[in-house]
Design a binder for this molecule. Structure first.
Ligand code: 13P
Length: 259
């Protein structure tokens, strides 16, 4: 069973104290049957971890260096992120690729370094794919993902999280479309099954990201191949975020009211 995973990607928003207050406000309201995480600016990680205490809120890094240590001014090492309490690291987000020219090769180095450092990568990929035919069926190859996963064993892949974030839906005015979310996540799973095997592909959690909000999260999460959501703008407001992480209770409430 793939455990649903809902993540707030705060990007370059919220200072240290705002981040700690947010954790304080949600840490006792987390759903038990899902994993919930927040990816703040790196300087807030350690204090957020302390604030989260024994709750099972995951504190997530937005980026890391592939280098272990040394003369890399301005970079942050994976070892330091682990020490600060981060359990996952996002790698290859669209904004890192677009604004900071991160290539698939660099992201691949980071993925391998993260696995070595004992921190789980959340690999972001967009809709770039190539159609191909296998045994008369249309299959898709996600080129970015193929390069980024080079050297990753099937056993390592099982724990890696992948997010499908179509570039036109990230930070845009588009409404997220649950059918497109499902189609992208399904095609990524099938592409993993083609390059690894079905059993492994079936265990990987694939999240959707791009214009998720309290109004559309239920329908997106109901899709069979969508195992979670990576949420930008709508995750910055504490009440919105609480509503989204508790989407199952909201759905039950609405069903009960409809009777
Ligand atoms: P928005 O939810 O603001 O579209 O951002 C999505 C995103 O970038 C998640 O990583």
């Amino acid at each position: 069973m793939r455990k649903p995973f809902i993540i707030a990607n705060w990007k370059m928003n919220k200072d240290v104290h705002e981040s700690m207050r947010f954790v304080e406000a949600i840490k006792n309201k987390l759903p038990v049957d899902q994993e919930i995480g927040i990816a703040p600016q790196a300087v807030s990680l350690y204090n957020m971890k302390l604030t989260a205490g024994n709750s099972n809120l995951q504190i997530i890094a937005q980026n890391a260096s592939a280098q272990a240590d040394g003369p890399y001014t301005g970079e942050i090492s994976l070892r330091t992120l682990v020490d600060a309490g981060a359990t996952y690291v996002m790698l290859g987000h669209l904004e890192r690729r677009r604004l900071f020219n991160e290539s698939n090769l660099v992201i691949n180095e980071k993925v391998l370094a993260a696995l070595d450092a004992g921190i789980t990568p959340i690999i972001c990929t967009d809709e770039e794919m190539v159609q191909t035919e296998i045994n008369g069926e249309i299959h898709y190859v996600f080129q970015q993902l193929k390069t980024v996963l080079n050297g990753v064993s099937p056993d390592q892949l099982k724990d890696i999280v992948i997010s499908y974030e179509p570039s036109w839906a990230v930070g845009s005015k588009h409404t997220a479309n649950p059918d497109i979310a499902e189609a992208g996540c399904r095609q990524i799973r099938q592409s993993l099954a083609d390059s690894y095997n079905y059993d492994v592909a079936d265990q990987v959690r694939i999240l959707y990201g791009g214009s998720v909000n309290p109004q559309n999260i239920q329908e997106i999460m109901a899709k069979p191949n969508v195992d979670g959501a990576l949420i930008g703008r709508a995750s910055l407001d504490v009440n919105n975020f609480l509503q989204m992480i508790n989407y199952q209770q909201q759905a039950q409430l609405q069903a009960a009211q409809a009777i």
